[in-house]
Design a protein around this ligand. Structure first.
Ligand code: PMP
Length: 420
């Protein structure tokens, strides 16, 4: 009897996978005898190799969005393969108990891998929270100081400014430097800063996503007992970082390490437990730390995705390797801009240009709409700059393949040749 094609609820997943990815090659044929009638399954979706960072399947675009942003293709495929039945549990991650043992194993593995990636010492807690990085603009002052305490903010872009404004509700923040009058194009020299000798913390935004300004080294708080706090939302896990320089690091996941809805906080344990009285339980680090981030309903699927990304980064050789790739990608894009004889321009001071977010303007700003339209035709999307800056912005996070940046650079050169 001829083999009957098998249709299961997974079939669309298998078919989709087969159609979509050039690196998935036909491999084997199974003969299944558990059914009353024998049938065979031709399995065409074995993942043979992780896709190289150079490659991208045909039916995906190059997504240059600032976040939520592109995710590693092999991570998406792994999630796809595990979506219907997570590791033999008979259910998806979205269906399992958010405090049950399976999910606990997921969050524990995610934490262990993140600790390995960033070399996070035991005396730091790692929290997976809801609410995005914006929630941390309030949580940080609520947890680290009392209403009358002074804290310092070094403002190198609009996210740092937003963090400062939120902190005003909960303590006495002081702006020690503000780059706004220069349109946020640099980080100041740390020598001349007038830091408060009694500030509980000094806050920086390690990478300003909108303006593309990135700290390459870090200031030391003016108060010897104060700590450095960093919003690392848009360069988290893009390079090695010495965690011990910071009292607290926070990062919304949706740029480099996962989907929106998860925010990661790495905080020195001795700073936990002194929250202001008005702190809602959902913002209190102690409650989250005591309950391994499971007290409030955790964003389970997001944490699972972050875990897959951390695993992938470790497989890539860790953050030293990731940084080399990011330097290469950013290097070719900045070079193309700088060598365009002014057709394209990046206003940011060279020493602090972001490896993640590359803002650039067109000398002939009337060509911007055409630039975006033509780029989209070549499957490069979300290149429009933030409305507060204008121009273009290419966000080239870890998961943006080198091929995406190469295609953008080649497009930019062609576009210039056409319009010069
Ligand atoms: N900080 C930085 C540096 C950001 O880029 C963003 C978001 N784009 C935020 C904070 C706010 O994050 P969320 O949307 O997760 O609240």
């Amino acid at each position: 009897m001829a083999a009957t094609p098998l249709t299961t609820p997974q079939t669309p997943l298998l078919q989709k996978t087969h159609q979509s990815h050039a690196f998935l090659k036909p491999k084997t044929t199974f003969h299944c005898r558990t059914s009353p009638k024998p049938f065979s399954i031709s399995c065409s979706s074995t993942i043979q190799d992780r896709p190289s960072l150079q490659s991208q399947s045909q039916d995906r675009v190059f997504n240059f969005a600032a976040g939520p942003a592109t995710l590693p293709e092999n991570v998406l495929l792994k999630a796809q393969a595990e979506l219907y039945n997570w590791r033999g549990s008979g259910m998806s991650v979205m269906e399992m108990s958010h405090r049950g043992k399976d999910f606990r194993s997921i969050i524990e593995k995610a934490e262990a891998d993140l600790r390995a990636l960033l070399n996070v010492p035991e005396y730091y807690a790692v929290l997976f929270l809801q609410g995005g990085a914006t929630t941390q603009f309030a949580s940080v002052p609520l947890n680290l100081c009392q209403p009358d305490d002074t804290v310092d903010y070094l403002v190198t872009g609009s996210w740092g400014d937003k963090a400062f404004k939120e902190a005003k509700k909960y303590c006495k923040p002081k702006v020690v430097w503000n780059g706004k009058s220069e349109n946020y194009v640099r980080v100041p020299s740390f020598d001349g800063l007038e830091l408060s000798p009694n500030a509980k913390y000094l806050h920086i935004c390690a990478n300003e996503t909108i303006y593309g300004v990135e700290f390459k080294n870090y200031p030391v708080p003016g108060n010897p007992n104060g700590v450095l706090v960093a919003d690392m939302s848009s360069n988290f896990c893009s390079k090695p970082v010495d965690v011990t320089k910071f009292g607290l690091i926070y990062a919304g996941a949706q740029k480099n390490v996962g989907p929106s809805g998860v925010c990661i906080v790495i905080v020195r344990k001795d700073l936990i437990g002194n929250a202001q009285e008005i702190t809602p339980v959902m913002l209190d680090y102690k409650i989250h730390a005591d309950n391994n981030s499971l007290y409030n309903t955790p964003p389970c699927y997001g944490i699972y995705m972050c875990g897959l990304v951390f695993e992938d980064l470790l497989e890539q050789g860790g953050l030293e390797e990731v940084e080399k790739k990011n330097e290469k990608k950013a290097g070719i894009l900045y070079n193309a801009i700088d060598e365009s004889k002014g057709f394209y321009r990046c206003p940011v001071e060279k020493s602090v240009r972001s490896l993640m977010n590359v803002p650039f303007t067109l000398e002939k700003s009337e060509l911007e709409a055409e630039f975006l339209k033509e780029a989209e035709k070549e499957k490069m999307v979300q290149l429009k700059g933030h409305r507060s800056v204008g121009g273009m912005r290419a966000s080239i996070y870890n998961a943006m393949p080198l091929a995406g940046v190469e295609r953008l650079v080649s497009f930019m050169k062609d576009f210039q040749a056409k319009h010069a």
